[in-house]
Design a binder for this molecule. Sequence first.
Ligand code: FES
Length: 509
Amino acid sequence: MKNSREINPRDSNSESPWQSVVSPDAAFAQVTDAFDVIIVGAGITGLTTGLLLQKAGKKCLILEAGKVGFGTTGGTSAHLNTFFDATYPEIEHDFSVQAARQVADSGKDAMGIITALVKEYGIDCDLEYKDAYLFSENETETDQLLEILEASRRAGIDVSEANHNDLPVPFERSLRFTQQGQFQPLKYINGLLAAFRQLGGAILENSFVTEHKELDNGMEVLAGERTFRAAHLVYATHIPPGITAFSFRCAPYRSYVLGLRLKDGNYPTGLAYDMQEPYHYFRTHVVEGEQILILGGEDHKTGHDDPEQAFANLEKYAREYYQVESVVYRWSSQYYIPVDGLPYIGRLAASGGNIYIATGFNGNGMMYGTLSGKILTDQILGIENLYGNLYTPSRLKPVAGFSEFVKENADVAWRFVADRFGAEELDKLSELQKGEGKVAEFKGEKLAVYKDQQGKVTALHPVCSHAGCIVNFNAAEQSWDCPCHGGRFDISGKVMCGPPRNDLSQIDL
Ligand code: FES
């Protein structure tokens, strides 16, 4: 693990390789009170949207709760693909062959936007184009793989069978997708930020948006003590805050990643993915002059399984196939799986037409975040976007079973926590290890208790301020994670990750 030094903060305790690149202080902007567009969130979605709008002559303000890249952009594994977690056969089946082609086209457009912005603004972000390999390990997976091959070709993706998978992992069949890519996400969004500022864009960090109001002539947005006005409001925050339909149409997941130094230099030259459930993903990145194997997987619903176990499983898997010299990084990050497989990007119909969202990116945040920038910019400018209908948040596309799955899992988590800790008494807190947290019961009241490294015990009200589920302790990230919609709070109860808007209240022990 890395020693403590200045890093760009993010909504997690574990350090990703990208955080050594610290974003410049962005709290200096010329901020007036009225804008054309206010964008909440300074990750890839917010900054792409801000830059494209500012370029088009709009006056934008980006409000970021933490620091630039504080959310998932600071913890992504930064694969750039034109094939997605929702596979082309699935999209053909659940939407149409035409929709699959559109998704493929939108992926190519997103890649084109990244390429063009890097070129136009001279962004030094380690962007590389590589082949990507998707491989099967058993007969069932091979059947699926061959369906993916055919459907991807129908969608217009350049893919063919390969005689290797770029890895020391045995495989049955392998596909090669050309012109895929990777980059250093914080370097990339810092480049977007610099261009945005140069064009006169305003940004405020440490500005948590607590409320918005729809007025007759636009939006009023409250952030801390300040109130801003704009014609349009974009929530580039993953899931929009508050209780909305999207709290139930998107399920929060965490993915685990290791940065590994190898003894034998056997680093992959491309990007690679197996077809396990959840799948593993592989690539190489040169971090501070040294090659690192980036290997991820072990995804699970936020607040459900044990994060430490996920890291342990991932390391065991890595050591099965690689000569691991050391684990240089281990980090986790959050994403949202949408109910029908495709993201929700666009204007909220219920909002009177002034609020826009972009969420449900699955594990494809860099691509869909970029695409969102273009779709939202076009919609705000009144230009018809080719993909507007496909990704509209207003679509009604129920897929049998998935909604039930989300609800059921929320309930399972509730029961899991309640049953496990319901009978515990506060005097058992002495058994807590340093750095450990637990939901326990004291005089009939549930408490989220935590023992810090000095042995001091603190307690929080464990009922999530979003919709009332009980939070669960995440030892790997030292956070309280909500199993229902993925809200996350730090040890002091402060919101790190929406949709909750209010902190967990502290209880005086
Ligand atoms: Fe919805 Fe906690 S995030 S109840």
